[in-house]
Design a binder for this molecule. Structure first.
Ligand code: FAD
Length: 689
């Protein structure tokens, strides 16, 4: 290829499903702050999903959507899941409701699990990416990567573009492979029943299509969000490790005609001998039926997906749900899939090429985890990547993507392994029936699994960004009810300026900033106010993490934002009592909050909920993704320094950890060294206050 266009970009995202779109949405925030960043997202298919596929959104995902400005729009269209009903055969083998439990564990989050089809979720993401990036990031459709190479000699060079990806621009026809020849829209062509080879063949180069459609992209970073058959993963030689069961399930979406009493509740139905059904109540009066089919996959053999029809799935559901009636006259979407639990043995190559979402973990869809976990993968990765490509953080931060997400993916696979086998198994007839599944064990697993499935139970291990051990051992006693490494649960506080009750979670907007939450305690007590003053003096000093990590010419809360929550009433102290500019920057009335009784809605008792002493308070550092980084005392400022020094780049401060942009370069631009081989350090600009 001689005339292929060549281009460079900071990050190339391959695949525009949930994982890729979340990555692009994060990147849009960084492009907003640094418009010269070049981010591209490509997808081989000509269109996004319009119907069917994933639908369940878990509590943690909704909390995250709220910080991205997406929750309200999605909740307005979604269906909230309230109840789970369990149906099992009685002693005569007749289906009976044996239990009802809440769908979301009470008080786990301010959100409950909801369902909305993947197509609408993707639509909201696309709009938000366009808006936040000022139309700089758009999904480029019909673009297929064909070759990926990494130049090992440039891996640690922050200015280099070590990855070369050759892509082919497809014709509309090539990018729209035929669905699977059914009247109803279906997902068979992207289901686990379609092999990677079949998918590759569907996008193979058509005769007559030549080299002119190819392009060479040089990228600093690549994220493979290209689904279960990930080309990026296969190209890197990363293996999927795990098992495949022989169970095959069908899925049908539509408005059911049925006398089943819980047809609008989530239900787990185990029939005596015909298999299981899961009911998911959907938006617009629809219901999704996950139906266990009698067909079994034979080890090592391909399953012929042409055999599966919506009629066959509905017929199986009818049998399982007898004696209740069931029909689905109009099918909105259907698919069939094969259950397997697999996780990739690596999530990155040299922290330059990453894989995320289904590309690195696949499992059964019934626990509603795939889309949620896929988005949370790139939500975890892309604030780190954003800080690195903006020159604010060291590349070492990127290794925490795999160290945090791979153990979680493994836990998810283990959870799904247990859950899906309990779901697909035949109910035990009695205590002596060892081959059957005990319905008490199933219920117990369901309830315990609910916390895990909500996404709120994640607790990341100690690392450079989770202060649990060594120089950054958090003082857990200062906030007894929270765990470092978990997401900060949201409780309401009162904005001091005018008394508005506001969720703390709403202040943790996803924009790449760390937050220092200063729980200032009883600020009306002069002794406590002295401690607050000393902490403020530190923040104002040129040694503080704010002074050191705020970029030249930046605002003082650009990288680390300080929010103060005191435990007084709004009458006992005034907002102007809090020191400026560190705690109360001039005329910024959004920085001081009170944990007190508001006029409406009742006292939320944030201090009590977090287990913080109302007199002496505590400092909580929250990461840009809302996870608790560390807890310390107001006097523990060296611990704050140590935490941020572990991975942040101080503009024009520390030799060896600087970026090129922080140096005045004379002569050549080689590795921040000027023509004479001498570093010329710029004066750090004072942060704007
Ligand atoms: P995908 O959604 O597969 O997106 C990959 C994207 O990459 C696609 O747009 C594809 O066109 C593109 N692509 C693929 N290969 C290439 C290539 N070589 N080059 C360029 N582009 C490429 N999950 C839940 O959380 N909750 C649920 O309720 C739920 N229900 C489900 C129900 C069903 C019936 C199914 C089948 C799945 C369900 N899932 C659910 C799982 C969920 O759909 C997936 O886990 C999720 O879509 C994975 O997102 P992803 O972005 O990683 O991959």
């Amino acid at each position: 290829m001689t005339n292929a266009p060549e281009s460079e970009c900071d990050v190339l995202i391959i695949g525009a499903g949930p994982a890729g779109l979340m990555a692009a949405r994060w990147m849009a925030e960084f492009v907003r702050q640094k418009p010269d960043l070049r981010i591209r997202i490509i997808d081989k298919r000509s269109t996004k999903i319009f119907t069917g596929q994933a639908d369940g959104l878990q509590c943690r995902t909704l909390e995250t959507f709220q910080t991205l400005g997406l929750a309200e729009k999605i909740l307005a269209e979604a269906n909230e899941m309230v109840t789970i009903s369990l149906y099992n055969p009685d002693e005569n083998g007749v289906l009976k409701r044996t239990d009802r439990i809440p769908d979301t564990l009470p008080d786990i989050s301010r959100y409950h699990q909801v369902v909305l089809h993947q197509g609408r979720i993707e639509r909201h993401f696309l709009d938000s990416i366009a808006e936040r990036s000022d139309m700089q990031i758009k999904v480029e459709r019909g673009v297929l990567p064909e070759e990926l190479t990494v130049d090992d000699s440039k891996i640690e060079d922050s200015e280099a573009y070590p990855i070369t990806v050759k892509v082919r621009h497809l014709s509309e026809e090539e990018a729209t492979p035929a669905q699977f020849g059914h009247k109803a829209a279906n997902g068979l062509f992207r289901s686990s029943l379609t092999t990677a080879e079949e998918e590759d063949a569907a996008f193979a180069r058509q005769p007559g299509r030549g080299e002119n459609e190819t392009e060479t992209i040089r990228a600093k970073y690549v994220i493979g969000c290209d689904g279960g058959h990930s080309w990026v993963r296969r190209t890197l030689g990363i293996e999927m490790v795990g098992e495949q069961t022989d169970y095959i399930w069908g899925v049908v979406d539509g408005v059911p005609h049925s006398n089943f009493p819980d047809i609008r509740s989530r239900c787990a139905i185990h029939s005596a001998n015909s298999g299981s059904v899961m009911i998911i109540p959907r938006e617009n009066g629809m219901v999704r039926l996950y139906v266990q089919l009698q067909e079994r996959a034979q080890p090592g053999q391909r399953v012929d997906k042409a055999r599966f029809t919506s009629e066959m799935v509905i017929a199986s559901a009818k049998k399982i749900m007898e004696p209740y009636t069931l029909d689905v006259p109009e099918v909105d979407w259907f698919t069939a899939y094969h259950i397997g639990q697999r996780v990739a043995n690596a999530f990155d190559r040299d922290n330059r090429v990453f894989i995320a979402g289904d590309a690195c973990h696949t499992h059964s869809p019934k626990a509603g985890q795939g889309m949620n976990t896929s988005m949370m993968d790139t939500y975890n990765l892309c604030w780190k990547l954003g800080l690195v490509i903006s020159g604010k953080a060291d590349r070492s931060l990127l290794k925490t993507y795999a160290s945090e997400r791979r153990p979680f993916a493994q836990a998810l696979i283990d959870f799904d392994h247990k859950f899906s086998r309990l779901f697909s198994g035949r109910p035990a007839k009695d205590m002596a029936d060892e081959m059957g599944v005990s319905m008490d064990v199933f219920k117990d697993a369901f309830i315990k699994g609910n916390k895990f499935a909500s996404g709120t139970a994640i607790n990341y291990d100690p690392s450079i960004i989770v202060g649990k051990e060594g120089a950054i051992t958090s003082k857990r006693d200062l906030a007894k009810n929270i765990e470092v490494g978990t997401r900060l649960a949201s409780h309401k506080v009162v904005r001091h300026a005018e008394g508005l009750p506001i969720h703390l979670g709403d202040l943790l907007v996803s924009n790449g900033k760390f937050r220092i939450l200063l729980f200032a305690g009883k600020a009306s007590d002069p002794q406590q106010m002295q401690r607050i003053g000393a902490f403020a003096d530190y923040l104002d000093s040129d040694k503080s993490v704010i002074s050191r990590y705020t970029p030249q010419g930046g605002k003082r809360d650009d990288v680390v934002e300080v929010l103060t929550i005191h435990s007084n009433t709004r009458e006992e102290v005034e907002m102007h009592d809090f020191p400026a500019p560190s705690l109360f920057p001039k005329y910024d009335y959004n920085k001081i909050y009170a944990d007190c009784e508001p006029y409406h809605g009742g006292h939320a008792h944030a201090y009590q909920n977090y287990g913080i002493d109302e007199q002496k308070g505590a400092v909580i550092v929250v990461r840009p993704d809302g996870y608790i980084a560390m807890v310390c005392d107001l006097e523990d400022t060296p611990m704050l320094d140590a935490y941020f020094d572990g991975f942040m780049l101080a503009p024009a401060k520390t030799i060896g950890r600087q970026t090129e942009a922080d140096w005045t370069i004379k002569g050549t631009k080689s590795n921040g060294v000027n023509g004479t081989g001498v570093h010329v350090q710029k004066e750090p600009a004072a942060p704007v206050v």
